[in-house]
Design a protein around this ligand. Structure first.
Ligand code: ADP
Ligand code: LRH
Length: 473
């Protein structure tokens, strides 16, 4: 039996989980959970990276005796270090407006086909490549570290670029499995910013003495590289029994697609908005980014603290179906701000009556997401040739019974919901494997975690009509 501390930073909350793991047992204990609240300063939206680091230290201290630590977080964002290893500035949030219009400029300069052929990513305005063009690193910047790599550096003093997260930059060559140096240089970026790649399962380093002293942990404690992109860890923990599955990693974002062994880099795939992200063990997550529960989170924030999620979801379950629908991939929903107003404006623009009240707005969000999940999984299956018999919903969205039920109905497939903490579990499983676990990780998740199955209603014609109303199939 080994104990693994999984540090998992999501866009809405962070946690330090302690996983106890053997060949036939997997238990998860939440040592520490904390809010992840971005900060706007003088017009720029930042992550509170030092606050998050302090919470991680608190979490590691209360987690106590672990055999290893692994860190994952949201993708695409980074910090820059100077030659002394000091952080230059504060990491900027991917929802900041600094990238407005930049993707279009870079596509004009390099060409969409070249960018896709190299990085294989959906064209999202916040991909690291566009952030780096939007704000050129200052001359004193020596090292670029993605968020989990930055936190690993602070814990261990070692630099490196974990590969699953490197693959979300747009500057990683998904076929060659290396940084895309020719593209990096064409964009006028310095190649020396990019550190050597690290594979999940390798040791990144051991704790700096000062970190050991502050947390009460031994300085010999290893930090193990995991699938440091949270979605890579989440999909590693999908409790699938074979490869005929689709998934929705469902939290702030819905990441919906299939798992492959090689990227799909065709022009049709590019035009259909599919990403090829690298997973643990060199797999490819072929998926679409869909706005996800951000639509709901931001609506709740607009409505104020008195609204409770369970009661709103109960009211939405009773609201009339298919009254109003929005395209849940539309970038107009990306920035923070009044979400119900944007949903209403989207409905008006597309000739629909806006949702009449909060329950109708939530119904609109949930149905639109279900259609987004269906379209992504169907298209991913078609473009990759991968057959799909079941859809796994993992992450916080697995607790949303209405969303899981409507996703099953929309897809016309059974949905298996859970685990909620798939990301932390995937993080811990990669550490366990590096420290002697020899079993089948997905099999262990299936045998040990609570899962709920939702069977589709069979009303395919209604969902076909609803999907075509928002231009999705
Ligand atoms: P992230 O990792 O992106 O921060 P999570 O995977 O933690 O996201 O999921 C957070 C989301 O899970 C919340 O926005 C909320 O919509 C959903 N969620 C959490 N608890 C519940 C619940 N009890 N019922 C329904 N949905 C829930
Ligand atoms: C989910 C996620 C997703 C990325 C987005 C920036 O947390 O990592 O996979 O596309 O954040």
């Amino acid at each position: 039996m080994g104990s693994y501390a999984a540090v998992d930073l999501g866009a809405s909350s962070g946690r330090v989980m302690l996983a106890q793991l053997s060949e036939d047992r997997l238990t998860l204990h939440e040592a520490h959970r904390f809010a992840n609240r971005p900060v706007r300063v003088a017009g720029t939206l930042y992550w509170d990276i030092l606050g998050l680091y302090r919470e991680i230290l608190d979490g590691l201290r209360s987690a106590g005796g672990a055999d290893s630590i692994g860190i994952d977080s949201w993708a695409v964002d980074y910090g820059l270090l100077d030659s002394s290893g000091a952080l230059i500035g504060n990491p900027v949030h991917y929802r900041d407006s600094r990238t407005d219009g930049v993707m279009e400029r870079v596509v004009g300069q390099i060409g969409a086909d070249t960018l896709y052929d190299v990085g294989g990513l959906q064209f999202l305005p916040f991909n690291t490549v566009y952030q780096l063009v939007a704000s050129a690193p200052p001359p004193r910047a020596r090292t670029l570290l993605m968020i989990p790599d930055l936190l690993t550096y602070w814990l261990t003093g070692e630099t490196g670029a974990e590969v699953t997260n490197a693959s979300t930059t747009g500057l990683y060559d998904v076929r060659a499995g290396e940084w895309a140096y020719p593209l990096i240089e064409r964009l006028g970026l310095s190649r020396r910013l990019f550190t050597p790649l690290r594979r999940p399962g390798t040791t990144a380093g051991t704790l700096r003495p000062e970190v050991a002293a502050e947390t009460g942990l031994p300085s010999s404690l290893p930090v193990t590289a995991v699938g440091s992109h949270d979605t890579a860890s989440a999909v590693f923990a999908v409790p699938a029994s074979d490869d005929r599955f689709g998934y929705v990693s469902c939290g702030t974002w819905s990441l919906a697609g299939v798992e492959l062994t090689a990227p799909v880099l065709t022009a049709e795939s590019r035009r259909s908005g599919f990403t090829n992200e690298v997973g643990v063990d060199g797999t490819i997550r072929y998926l679409r980014n869909i706005m996800g529960l951000w639509l709901l989170q931001e609506s709740l924030r607009t409505w104020g603290a008195e609204e409770s999620l369970p009661s709103l979801l109960a009211a939405a379950a009773d609201a009339p179906p298919f009254a109003a629908l929005v395209d849940p991939g539309d970038q107009e929903f990306l920035a923070p701000g009044d979400m119900p107003a944007r949903i209403a404006a989207h409905c008006e623009r597309t000739g629909q009556r806006p949702p009449a009240d909060r329950a109708a707005t939530v119904r609109c969000i949930i149905e639109s997401l279900a259609i987004g999940h269906r379209a992504a999984i169907r298209e991913a299956a078609r473009l990759s040739g991968r057959a799909v018999d079941v859809v796994h919903v993992v992450g916080g969205g697995a607790r949303n019974a209405l969303l899981c039920r409507l996703t099953a109905d929309a897809c016309g497939l059974p949905v298996v919901a859970g685990p909620v903490e798939a990301t932390a579990i995937g993080n811990a499983l990669v550490q366990a494997r590096a420290h002697g676990f020899t079993g089948d990780p997905r099999d262990l998740v299936r045998r040990t975690q609570d899962l709920t199955v939702y069977r589709p209603s069979g009303d395919d014609a209604a969902w076909d009509r609803a999907a075509s109303r928002i231009g999705l199939s």
